[in-house]
Design a protein around this ligand. Structure first.
Ligand SMILES: [Zn+2]
Length: 697
């Protein structure tokens, strides 16, 4: 399992629910350009941390942000010189900062900052400025005097051949060279090449392999290193660049004294400070190992570090810092640098603990045949975290969950940490609701439904997920002799449906209010309305026209919504007036409205009992019949309508975040007495600030 990559959202469809900001003043969405929306996220629980914990977070966050330049250089060796030139222009350009050309330059700059380079963060294709090359050249010429190795006299005319902008490993580019990289479509068109007919190592812009290195050479190089039968293999090649020297391949490690030394040394200095104020000895031991690894580059030490890191489950503060994911390497071997600092979400974690502690009650009272219930049932406490700092590959575009470490044998023998990042999901939902046009506003029947979802949607969505994860999947049992794989290709969708139904059924249970988890007896209606609307309609915005519904989670939602739609029919006509779920049309637009929430709960119970029987008895044919009838085929008319209505909303498909700033507060003697968080609303400002403060390469 890997880091859960940023969802290519469509903010707001991923989760049908939504929420109202806790603080009505707080604006989540702060900027938008191209296909991107920039948001802020809040850090609930910061006030409850001790000074020591805040100090620990502060140094871990500094250690994270100091790795930024590594990621830039890894994505393409020209990224840093280009960014430095852009930063120079913002700092020193003496001409007018207005007009279409300037605006186009600013959009390009913002996109480069967003992608940590010149390639789209998700699609990985190079994007281009919409101002002309001549205009860009003029900007560079204007600031050439301020260039890093600028000559004494102004350079006229272009090219400014003796002015350079620098990158890592002694790279220096003139203005003309920079402009070639930026504007020439033939120069590094893709960050990670997918060219079938060419050498993907040579074609990729990523800076993991030196000039003249071919895919075959790399494959052979690492094939020679692997030890047959090794039960604890290191992650060969994870932290190094492979270059050719004297016709032979050699590894150049990213470590103190190696490539990126200037950045890694500063990371280590902050880690040293963090270690002094860590929450427990295990954290201290882990940080020691991490520093040792950064110093030696030894991948055995990296494994030792991960084993320590995965054991620390008691601390409130946790972090990711290092060369982690290998998606960006065309050969899936070299890891991109990333950082992330987070704290446990106390309220959400308390909720999952309560559910787990009452797991047996939920099992005993579920609406399934007693023969299929577990006599002894234990829940799982899912860990929910809130991000405090995003860095490297996780900034500004960030995942909504983490599942690490990546080494399979460590996961098997020592476990892994799997967490969801609550404040990021929350910010996505809240920002979606701030938009003048939202998925909810478009597809909900009326204002009452919108208000209901705004009031309870976010919290009920979280609770439903908790029920699904902590109790749903673990509930029920197979009859003796039934294989866990009996449902074959229908297994995943049916299993997800079972867990979802368990959650839906209990969202409406008075016991949930009694336990203090669900706010009141009305709240569940928000989840029901959203679930049906999404399952029967809005989720198909993500399916191309003419295609079937094939993804397991999407099949599960369609199955549940369609089955209830049919079974709740009034007078045998699904959707007719008076049905549990009614289909209404207004101004040519289709809506699905829940008329009777109690009856809908009854239908969820019935379907849960049915699917539990199918699973417990391993009834493949019955499972197949359910999926084939309700989950696969999308009504083409409705599909077309949904896609068109969604497209008309004109929502930005990708999102990213600025970080809160963490600032120390000093007393009269200069002693740090607190750390305060502030939430900047200037995306470009944060990028330029980081460029100064965290420049290492
Ligand atoms: Zn699931």
């Amino acid at each position: 399992m890997k880091l859960v990559k940023m969802i290519a959202i469509a903010a707001g469809i991923a989760s049908a629910a939504a929420c109202a900001p806790k603080n009505a003043e707080f604006k989540y969405s702060i900027d938008s350009f191209a296909d991107l929306r920039i948001m802020r996220y809040q850090v609930p629980g910061w006030e409850n941390l001790s000074l020591q914990q805040k100090e620990y977070i502060f140094h871990l966050s500094e250690a994270a942000k100091l790795g930024r330049d590594i990621t830039w250089d890894q994505y393409c060796r020209f990224n840093l010189p280009i960014r430095h030139a852009i930063e120079d222009i913002f700092a020193n350009y003496s001409g007018p900062r207005e007009g279409a050309d300037w605006d186009a330059f600013v959009v390009y700059a913002k996109r480069v900052f967003f992608s940590n380079g010149i390639h789209h963060h998700y699609a990985e294709d190079k994007f281009f400025p919409e101002c002309s090359r001549e205009y860009f050249a003029g900007l560079l010429a204007d600031v050439a005097n301020e260039g890093e190795t600028a000559p004494a006299a102004p350079v006229e005319p272009l090219p400014t051949s003796n002015v350079y902008w620098t990158g890592a490993e002694g790279l220096a580019l003139t203005a003309e060279e920079l402009l070639d990289v930026i504007y020439d479509p033939a120069v590094y068109p893709q960050r990670r090449s997918t060219a079938r007919d060419k050498d993907i190592v040579a074609e990729s812009a990523v800076n993991f392999y030196g000039p003249g290195v071919s895919r075959k050479e790399v494959d052979d190089f690492y094939a020679r290193q692997a030890v047959k039968g090794d039960k604890h293999p290191i992650s060969y090649g994870l932290n190094s660049k492979v270059v050719k020297e004297g016709g032979k391949l050699v590894e150049k490690p990213w470590k103190v004294g190696g490539i990126y030394s200037a950045a890694i040394e500063r990371i280590c200095r902050e880690l040293e400070k963090a270690k002094e104020v860590a929450e427990n000895d295990l954290q201290k031991a882990a940080i020691d190992k991490l520093i040792e690894y950064y110093t030696t580059g030894n991948l055995r030490t990296w494994d030792d570090y991960n084993i320590l890191w995965v054991q620390d489950t008691l601390g409130t503060v946790d972090y990711v810092n290092g060369f982690i994911e290998d998606y960006d390497d065309p050969l899936g071997r070299k890891a991109t640098w990333e950082g992330l600092v987070n704290i446990k979400d106390a309220a959400a974690s308390a909720r999952t603990e309560t559910l787990s502690a009452n797991a047996q009650w939920f099992e005993d009272n579920s609406p399934v045949d007693p023969r299929f219930k577990k006599a002894e049932c234990r829940g799982i406490s899912a860990k929910v975290i809130n991000a405090v700092a995003l860095a490297g590959a996780t900034y500004p575009s960030t995942p909504i969950g983490i599942n690490l470490p990546n080494a399979d044998w460590i996961r098997k023998e020592h476990g892994s940490k799997s967490v969801t990042i609550a404040n990021i999901t929350h910010a996505y939902n809240a920002a979606a609701l701030e938009q003048p046009k939202s998925v909810l506003g478009e597809f909900a029947w009326n204002q009452a439904e919108i208000e209901l979802v705004k009031k309870y949607g976010n919290v009920m969505d979280e609770i439903h997920t908790d029920l699904h994860e902590c109790l749903g999947h673990g509930s029920g049992q197979l009859l003796p002799g039934v294989s866990s794989t009996a449902l074959g290709e229908y297994q995943s969708a049916l299993e997800e449906a079972r867990a979802d139904l368990f959650g839906l059924y209990y969202c409406a249970d008075p016991k949930m209010v009694e336990l203090g988890i669900v706010p009141d007896r009305e709240a569940y209606k928000a989840e029901y309305a959203s679930y049906i609307r999404n399952g029967i309609m809005t989720q198909f915005t993500r399916v191309e026209l003419g295609r079937q519904n094939t993804e397991a989670h999407m099949q599960n939602r369609k199955l549940i919504a369609e089955w209830c739609y049919e079974k709740g029919a009034a007078d045998g006509v699904p959707g007719a007036s008076g049905s549990v779920i009614e289909k209404r049309v207004r101004d040519g637009k289709t809506y699905f409205v829940v008329n009777d929430y109690e009856a809908l709960r009854g239908l969820f119970a019935e379907l849960l009992a049915k699917i539990q029987r199918i699973k417990s008895e391993g009834d493949y044919e019955a499972g197949k019949a359910l999926i084939e009838k309700y989950a696969v085929d999308i009504d083409p008319e409705l599909h077309k309508e949904v896609r068109e209505r969604y497209a008309a909303l004109n929502l930005k498909p990708y999102g990213g975040f600025v970080n809160p700033e963490i600032e120390p507060v000093f007393d009269d003697e200069g002693v740090v007495v607190d750390y305060v968080l502030s939430y900047p609303d200037d995306y470009l400002g944060q990028m330029l600030y980081y460029g100064e403060r965290y420049r290492t390469l």
